[in-house]
Design a protein around this ligand. Sequence first.
Ligand code: TYM
Length: 328
Amino acid sequence: MNKKRIFSGVQPTGNLHIGNYLGALSQWVPLQDEYESIFCIVDYHAITSLNKKNSLKNSVIEMAKNYLAAGINPKKSIIFTQSAIKEHVELTWILNCVSARMSDLENMTQYKDKADGKNKENISVGLFDYPVLMAADILLYDTDVVPVGHDQLQHIELARDLAKRFNYQYGETFKIPTALIRKQGARIMGLDDPTKKMSKSAASANNWIALNDSPEIGAKKIMKAATDSEAIVKLDVDKKPGISNLLTIYSLLTAKTVKDVEKQYAGRGYGDFKKDLAQITADFLSDFQKKANAFSETDIKEIMRSGAEKIKPLAEEKIKRVKLKIGL
Ligand code: TYM
């Protein structure tokens, strides 16, 4: 039986944080054995909000190192750069014209957040259209499943809607993808404000732990993380968002269940718990960075070249069919 296909991607904007790692990358690793796996570095998405466009090539290489350090295996999975396959942009334009509506995009929460408080003169059309490019990424490869963090759910809903609309109008063309959101870790919260998701666009660097933060900095950020005054290590997302977020991170980095971690710290307060998590985080960062640095730029370029070569015929075939359907 043919394996089902997964597709996912990350923007090469700056460095990843542990939210991206725990919500997305680490989830992809075990899926590689079960699915035909395609992982993209979405540089066309990155230019929707990037200031220093010339640093992007370097960021793509760094991102690929992160994929590999996380455990993505280029012998099992295809890794490639979005801009290497022009069909992503072709399909975006077709979906823009044929299936997507202004009202769809105006409703996207991520766009609303990013555009919030900004003058429309300073918002690129690309930022507005970003979810259609994401839909094109997914639909171009007949993707079955899209493993992502919680914040991407609305974008995947849109990809489903666009596919259904196209199929309805022109006959069966696109597979309808489904999102795969992990139960734990799909929404890692900011360390300084655990009521909002961890995000690189947060005002303070104490919000996130970047995968390239030094182990010392990573440990310090955990020690500084916001908690409550109850001093009981227990998961309660509504009443104890800070400690619940740290428990989730602890559980995912050690592969222990939250229940076991709670038991381990019963009656011991936050001091011991935070000190141990700081050490666990520092060890994780140091190990991750060692793995990432083991790959040379030449290795990476070859992996990406070969990934693009494998994927190109799939994209060409699909776009040919789509053009035929709409009469181009
Ligand atoms: P991006 O680059 O913002 O984020 C990459 C992945 O990290 C997840 N994530 C989180 N998970 C848990 N907790 C958090 N605080 C957190 N922050 C981010 C995201 O959900 C995502 O899975 N539009 C996408 C990239 C993209 C894509 C695609 C994804 C483009 N085309 C096709 C899947 C399929 C994005 O900007 O992700």
